[in-house]
Design a protein around this ligand. Sequence first.
Ligand code: URA
Length: 200
Amino acid sequence: METLEDIRREILNCKKCPLHLTKTNYVPGTGTGGSGIVFVGEAPGREEDLKGEPFVGSAGKLLTELMASVGLTRDEVFICNVLKCRPPNNRDPLPEEVEVCGGYLVRQLNVIKPNLVVCLGRHSASFIFDFFGLQFSSITKLSGKVFEAEKWDKKVKILPLYHPAAVLYRPQLRGEYEAHFRLVGELCGKTKKQKTLLDF
Ligand code: URA
């Protein structure tokens, strides 16, 4: 059985697409996923590329703050992206990049077998919906709605959310986004309903 560490080592030597030529660091993902919760973003940005860690720039600060507001630490979840290398100038991922790099995310998910996957932004949500055999429409329509899929002989919850960068860009989304994070807290038993993931 492979481990997250096996996959990380493989990513650190990846030459499957040209993004490895322009990146500074590979960004495989951080955290243990021990809580059964995975956050998936789109691709590393400038700060992430420099540090080799996901969500450490301004969008990452908002994400970390909102996670903390519902009692989640970065260590107990697994945070990663669909792409493990930064696309030049933060352009959108190309379909062929998603195709080859997405294989690593699939393997990471198959190791963690999460109970809850939080998708940050449309590229992430579209990939994750595909993976779980769900129909993706648009992030605006689906954001904040909980979906359920059968996988790994259990029920898995999928929660598509706006990308935190979109909320920084449009501060009017902040209130709704905070409410969506309270939902994250409820789904993982950290706030209000006090139901744990084991009860799912
Ligand atoms: N945006 C993302 O989608 N991922 C990161 O890691 C940082 C910014």
